[in-house]
Design a binder for this molecule. Sequence first.
Ligand code: DGL
Length: 270
Amino acid sequence: MKQGIGIIDSGVGGLTVTKEVLRQLPREDILYFGDTARCPYGPRPYDEVREFSIQMIDFLLQHKIKALVIGCNTATAVVLQEISEKLEIPVIGVIEPGARTAIKETKSGKVAVIGTEGTIKSGMYQKALKKLSPKVEVVSLACPALVPFVEGGHLHDPEGLAIVQEALEPLRGHTFDTLILGCTHYPLISHFIQQVVGPEVTLISSAEEAARELSAVLSYRRMLANGGEIINTKHRFFASGNKQLFISIAEEWLGIKVEAEQIDLESALE
Ligand code: DGL
């Protein structure tokens, strides 16, 4: 039986990674879990993020995935190392791919990172960037107001501009030519973010590079789906919260018809 690629996130953020995986690997089946009922993860303690992430992963493993993408920076910061050591299937996070892309893009060597409180507190971007380029200057900022706005689903509501403006205010006065969207929810509102930081700043999403890493690992391990001329895929989307809201955001973002199943993780894992 064809096995799919598991992608997890606290909510709809991992759809930004999913879109890239669909684009780069159109023959693969996706199994997506968004823990929308318990989103946001950003302000939650480490242990809770770990517990919830492992529940989503266990659920997807029950559905026999052949690779896992932790499509959430907050969860990547907390569980990537543990899970990659534990599972035999390839496991890809989103922090290193984002850092790699930023280092490739920056000309001034001055990079800003925005993310959830959990991601920024973990210092993982700072570490990954410095490891790749020790001289890089990094300014980091937690933006807790952005994820709830994205999960609300009104991605083009003009109110979003004021929310982004206020959230990014502490970056004023800092110079940088590259801004890492260190939360997978943020590319969904990159139109507002770009407007606030100005056209000369390059926005970096981890999605493209994370999908490229996934593709390289699957190819190296001879695990890519091959389907001749016909692309025959079956994607499954699971959400722990409101199914309709999830579907409407997913359809708008991915541009495909989405059917979602609402899952109560605690009872699904009993
Ligand atoms: N999309 C997630 C991230 O990349 C988590 C957002 C949240 O739940 O706070 O960090």
